[in-house]
Design a protein around this ligand. Structure first.
Ligand code: HEC
Length: 123
């Protein structure tokens, strides 16, 4: 599977999890057992990915983007409008003269975890 295909699949999964979490709250209140376990598993999987991303961020990005990603030498990363593909490319290739490339340091799973973390940063 190509990188682009796997990233857009990840995107679909993330959106599906968000949707199920939102509609899930009301549904869970009405019928506590209906599908609850699957939703919890999906949320745990997403959280695990985002928290792996947070650890990578803390060790590799926070000294420029701030511990809370609110920006320092590098910009605030909350509410990014760029697509997953663009962010993937920025992380792997860096930005000439501004930000180092991490393509040799991180594998695709690491980069996807970082993106999962960045997507938790709302405005
Ligand atoms: C040496 C400092 C430095 C480090 C380390 C660094 N960045 Fe950056 N980053 C920057 C700067 C500066 C920019 C803005 C460059 C510009 O706008 O031209 C930037 C831009 C970005 C952008 C684009 C933001 C936007 O609004 O378009 C993303 C996403 C990003 N960095 C993520 C990361 C991640 C993830 C890491 C860690 C793996 C990281 N950066 C590590 C300095 C850094």
């Amino acid at each position: 599977m190509s990188l682009v295909a796997s990233l857009s699949r990840l995107h679909v999964v993330v959106i599906a999890v968000w949707l199920s979490l939102d509609s899930g709250r009301a549904a869970d209140a009405a019928a506590p057992d209906a599908g609850g376990a699957t939703k919890v598993e999906a949320k745990v999987a997403l959280d695990a990915k985002a928290s792996q991303g947070y650890r990578l961020f803390d060790n590799n990005c926070a000294h420029c983007h701030g511990d809370d990603a609110r920006g320092d030498e590098g910009p605030d990363l909350h509410g990014l409008k760029k697509s997953d593909q663009r962010i993937d490319k920025i992380i792997k290739e860096g930005i000439k003269g501004e930000m180092p490339a991490f393509g040799k340091k991180f594998n695709d799973g690491d980069v996807q975890a970082l993106i999962a973390y960045l997507r938790t940063l709302k405005e």
